[in-house]
Write a protein that binds this ligand. Sequence first.
Ligand code: PNW
Length: 494
Amino acid sequence: MKYKLVLLLCVCGWPLEKTHAAINRTFPVNFKFGAASASYQVEGGWNVDGKSENIWDHICHEKPTYVANQDNGDIACDSYHKYKEDVAMLKDLGVDFYRFSISWSRVIPGGVAGSPVNQLGLDYYRNLVQELVDNGIEPMVTMFHWDLPEALQELGGWPNPELEDHFVYYARTLYKELGDLVKHWMTFNEPKQTCLGGYGDGDKAPGYTSSGVADYQCTHILLKTHAKAYHIYDEEFRAEQQGSVGIVIDTAWFEPASGSDEDKEAAERGLQFTFGWFANPVINGNYPQVMIDRIDERSAGQGFEISRLPKFTDEEIEYIKGTHDFVALNFYTATYAQWLEEADINDLGYYSDLNILQFPDDAWEETVTSWFRVVPWGIRKAVNWISKTYDNPEIFITENGYPDAGGLEDDRRINYHKEYLSNLLEAILDDGVNVTRYTVWSLMDNFEWTSGYNDKLGLYSVDFEDPDRPRTPKASAAYYKQVIATRCLVDVCE
Ligand code: PNW
């Protein structure tokens, strides 16, 4: 009866967001489930066994008020010492894969190309990867999840073109040392957060605020670096190791604030300036045309002799094009997008280059995080847009999760994953979108960047007051375990 009602409502044009037609169908047999974490957020061991300081160690130590409660990642979840317990938790959940990141300053403390590799640091990752494989869990590795060696920040960080060579040396080391067991590599996690957050808005380490210039320099270098790391895999490792390489891109879904053409244009521009900023170069070779046109024009109006958005040469466009074996999306929330009158030409920055008004719907469920509302249908629209815009690539959801203030009976988190997964299932089964992996952020509560330990996103709770950092499964861990075991979101599937 309920099912028929939904169908009827669909026929009458009931909005997408109100349907749950996929809730009692099963995920395809080849679909894989996982959980994720990142080195600085979970490892701790910040100065042991030869690891050097990275930019998050540095900002937490030198500018403690940068983070809520003056928290830091010195110990975090202590996964550096407790990785076997982490793997046991993953095994209990029954995940197919674990997405984690490697701390560059643990593996190459000096940062620069040619400097010594720290064997103890490498051993940690070798042991973690081996433990995963021994337990039937695929390691999925992010090479860079924001924790740049401080030594490289002292050279200027990502806006410095020399970083390309330093990263490539690091990437080659990882392929060489771990590539026999690691078959899925991601070069960068969320370049938008690294570049806009780190060098534009300043809400991520190293905390610079030069939006509209340094953020674009940063992404330009980072994209070229990604392409080089991809080609090195192709040329030196792929034939033997048979793995795949991609880059992880985050976006919110941008919903037009009204049916007007202007608001539709604003929403599309939001997606191009967020997801397209990285996906278009990696897939098609260059920045989205709307970014090029707007930033070139505004730069000229501001008296710049050359555009603030750097140009790729024709050779670079060819080199960057196609450097992805999958499209990796981190997805959490949605926003309305509304068309705006052109910003004052003197406003210099990414947001005036983008120039749209963003705001949430009051009806969307709030969370503890200000920018974050629960908008489950957003994921269906986002993967449909990616599929349509980029010619139906294979898509991995590499992060999706729900922040709260803590507690083991986390019903809202269960609801969040159920609703987002239901929408994802509709995208797969009804819309034909090629999504093959889903990753919960996060395996356990951890250091949530400038929110410190306030915001919790884990399936497992961690007691940060206890020196042993004990982990306890939340209700959502049991729910996810059942979803993985049954490939179904409710008690019984068709
Ligand atoms: C992710 N947005 O960042 C990061 O990859 C994780 O390290 C982090 O813990 C997680 O989100 C939860 O916050 C994002 O504005 C930051 O859409 C911002 C956005 C998306 C992802």
